[in-house]
Design a binder for this molecule. Structure first.
Ligand code: ADA
Length: 563
């Protein structure tokens, strides 16, 4: 997987980003006509990218094909895709390797005994929707398709380190730690090898392991202790460099130590009360869609930090690991969630076993791939589903129980758009609401009554001990639209709403955080929804080109006293 730092020294990793052959398959005939074997006519396109940003393909929804030749040194090949939207079938030299569903997590395939020389990888990508899709067709972002994150071809030799999860418990400034390792024996014989782990260059584990031929082994290492731990927090983003080596392979990672917990209506980070001054951010822009380039990530982070934010909600899906690496490094807390989004999910869809299972797999992939990032303080289960009906209750229970079983100390949340009738608060550590008073309905001042109503409702349910976060609130504005009157769509109105609400939630009501909706305008897909002027959701405090609106400065000012 491509990270912000090199994560292998011994293993040979060939990054397949660059130009691939590409073709649309409007009639979905490619597989029958054996494009995976015979090839196809197409044009050259850059990977990673979204096909929708090509001229003429903006609204193309369906199947597309990608093909690339690459040179391999021979042996065991691991082909990894950072993300493909939304489902992918992968072929190597015409032979089916496997498939993956879900647009925002990485997946890989291993192929043994691959000859030395040129090979051809072919990918059939489908971004169409049906009743079991996650997300559903109805979302408030654009339906991009494509190979949206990096692709790598890795050569696996001997005992290989496939995955690691770092576990620790803190007692004062001493940590008791161990690792869960996933090891793969890429040879035809049983291997006995020594696995060593270094933290900040110091050896903490040296353990003999025995793994059968072509087998994956899951191993818990011995325990070790780290004294005088330097904790991670947005103000002190201390990281520890991890190096895991066998005699033929290696894997580098970074971890951090921190505690996050909920007590007496508050959230505590490393024992100190923590208030999220946050913003919702889609990993998207007009030119690149959701193949958001790492070269622009730093700019977004700089703009967000300069706005006095200490946190980001990755609305509404797992973000590029490179971005999360940057947050670890630069001290921004993160809420990571899966793309179960809102009103697209009817009660019937929420009860569909395929949907439930797909969502569970997405949670499992997110947890596995992002488990070591200290910046992730919260796992988000879903956004704005029907949490006031039994189907919403059942699916929330399943995901909550899974996330609790992960036992990694993170807070478990979901964003409710029915906070005053919600019946799922058993399944969250923090009550989080998305509401748009002063925008879609009523006036800005109506927020005061909501604050009282929510307290009363939580009291009635016996849930008033839970902290509260305003996970979405905001108003749209058109960049450069100013009037002397206090009316919607102006920069002034958006600023007034955000100043008023942040002050009400954080100063007057002592909520544990606010995540403004939203960082930047995003392209959206809502045919015939004239509320989405220009085809954009315009609630960004910066526009889609990251030009600041007045609201940017209003939020910066409102958050100042908390940082
Ligand atoms: C919801 C949703 C967001 C966005 C927002 C809006 O709260 O979670 O993705 O659609 O509404 O702008 O209306």
């Amino acid at each position: 997987m491509i990270r912000k730092f090199d994560n292998h020294e011994i293993r040979t990793v060939n990054v397949l980003d660059g130009f691939w052959l590409f073709a649309t398959d409007e009639n979905n005939v490619g597989e029958n006509e054996k494009w995976q074997e015979k090839g196809f006519k197409g044009k050259s396109t850059f990977v990673p990218s979204c096909w929708n940003t090509d001229l003429g393909l903006l609204n193309y929804e369906g199947v597309c094909w990608y093909e690339k030749e690459f040179l391999f040194d021979g042996g065991t090949l691991k082909l990894e895709f950072g993300a493909v939207m939304t489902s992918a079938r992968v072929y190597l030299d015409g032979e089916y390797l496997g498939e993956h569903y879900g647009g925002f997590t990485a997946f890989s395939f291993i192929k043994e005994d691959v000859s030395k020389g040129y090979h051809k990888v072919t990918v059939r990508v489908d971004n169409s929707f049906d009743s079991t899709s996650i997300p559903q067709s109805k979302v408030d972002w654009f339906h991009y398709g494509g190979i949206t994150r990096s692709v790598t071809a890795e050569k696996l030799s001997g005992l290989t380190i496939m995955h690691n999860r770092f576990n620790y418990t803190l007692c004062g400034d001493t940590a008791k730690c161990d690792f869960d390792l996933e090891l793969y024996n890429a040879t035809n014989e049983t291997i006995e090898d020594e696995v060593k782990i270094y933290l900040e260059g110091n050896e903490v584990i040296s353990q003999m392991v025995k793994v059968g031929a072509r087998t994956i082994a899951f191993i818990k290492t011995d325990c070790f202790t780290i004294k005088n731990v330097r904790l991670w927090s947005p103000k002190t983003p201390n990281l520890y460099f991890v190096k895991i080596v066998s005699s033929s392979d290696d894997l580098f990672d970074r971890v951090g130590f921190r505690t996050v917990e909920v007590k007496n209506k508050n959230i505590y980070l490393n024992g100190d009360e923590f208030v999220f001054t946050g913003v919702n951010r889609h990993e998207e822009n007009t030119e690149n869609g959701m193949a958001f380039p790492p070269s622009l990530m730093q700019r977004d982070i700089d703009i967000i930090k300069q706005m006095n934010c200490n946190s980001i909600r990755g609305s509404h899906y797992p973000n590029n690991p490179i971005f999360v690496d940057m947050l670890d490094e630069q001290g921004l807390a993160f809420w990571s969630e899966i793309p179960i989004w809102g009103c697209g999910f009817s009660a019937e869809t929420l009860a569909n076993p395929i949907v439930i299972e797909r969502g569970l797999v997405m949670h499992k992939e997110m947890v596995k791939q992002y488990c070591n990032h200290p910046s992730i303080l919260m796992w988000g289960m879903h956004n704005e589903i029907l949490t006031d009906c039994n189907e919403g209750y059942e699916i929330s229970k399943i995901y909550y129980e899974y996330l609790k079983s992960v036992n990694d100390g993170r807070l478990i949340v979901y964003a409710s758009m029915r906070p005053l009738t919600d019946i799922c608060y058993d399944f969250c550590d923090v009550v989080c609401f998305n509401l748009y008073n002063g925008w879609y309905y009523s006036e800005i001042e109506s927020w005061d009554k909501f604050v009282t109503d929510l307290h009363e409702y939580l009291e009635k349910l016996g849930k008033s001990d839970k902290p509260i976060i305003a996970s979405e609130f905001g108003a749209a504005s058109i960049y450069g639209y100013h009037t002397f009157d206090d009316i919607r769509w102006t920069e002034e109105y958006q600023s007034r709403l955000l100043s008023y609400t942040i002050d009400l939630f954080l100063d007057k009501s002592s909520y544990s955080g606010t995540f403004v909706w939203q960082f930047a305008n995003i392209r959206t897909y809502q045919p015939l929804n004239l509320n989405r002027v220009r085809g954009y959701n315009n609630k960004g405090v910066v526009d889609e080109y990251r030009r600041p609106k007045s609201a940017y400065f209003a939020v910066k000012d409102a958050y100042k006293k908390f940082n």
